[in-house]
Write a protein that binds this ligand. Sequence first.
Ligand SMILES: [Zn+2]
Length: 365
Amino acid sequence: MKKETKIRGITWQLGNSGTITPVAELEPVGIGGVTVKRATLHNFEKFKVLKLSAGSDVLVSRRGDVTPYVEKVISYQRGSLPFEPVKECPVCKSIPVVNGKFLECPNSWCDGAKIGDLKKWASVTEMKSLGIGGKTLEKLYNCDFVSNPSDLYTLEVEEIEVLDGFGKRSAEKIVGVIQSKKELPLSEFIGGLNIRNFSTSMVELLVENGYDTLDSLFALNLDVLVRIKGIEDKTAKAFLNGLENKKGVIQGLLDVGVKIKEKKVMETNTNGKLSGLSFCFTGKVEVLNEDGDRYTRTMLQNLVIANGGSAVSSVRNGLTYLVQADPSSESTKTKKAINLGVQIISDVDFLSMITRIERINMDVI
Ligand SMILES: [Zn+2]
């Protein structure tokens, strides 16, 4: 569903991974029963390409009925100069750096980045879907209760219940959820560390290749990593640097009793929307979640499982759907799917199959 509207301005949001994302402020427009006032431009590259200025007419869609998105510019306002890129991190005022298509805050002590680390941990470990959202984490961070993910595990009901906006019941719920996430699969443990340029799906690739313990990951070096199919030089370096930088955080988590589960037990929900269907994911996931961050492959796989489907790692006979973000992709999985007659759908098509997440925070993206 697409609608035409005008651009009022651009704001810049710091995402969990330290990425600063441009967001278009729009003349409010109704799309599919929801008033859309803001739409993501996805990344810095897209911002540069579109050269938007105040008053530009644009076509806005709700991709897969989830995230408002500026599809294209219809016409530019004459005499209106293009918006300037942001000059400082919206949180810590550091000068942003360009990394590929993205603009990033380089300051690892940026409050935004520290809160981002907490949000990432809560999201990957699914504390978030159990009620520990960004607002709660921000409050806990701002009153100095929590600065690293490990601090979450030492929180006590008595500390939280006296804070503004929390009561005994919500404090008990928060502590309960956190304590229920003390044993995690390796992919969630590493994926939750918020290592820049290294996704949870990459950890899964390592696990699939036999590096399924923390010790085996720490023993990896660049030579070994780049020989793993699907891991490029850049990703390998990001992982090794990230793991080194996160040593203290990892130790902190182990010290408070967080454990790594041997293998994730897949719980099936036989009444779910995707019951009886199987999904395999390929390629980089492009679709954004309600925080403006990209969905990880694990998050999508977890959605499959939560809705009663099965998530598999390879294309085989009997697979219902291959989900690929890039329709022009010619990966081996794609070729195999075509040969076997497996239906290929986009990540957006996939999300629209699960109406449960359709209407989350539409106005704030
Ligand atoms: Zn910053």
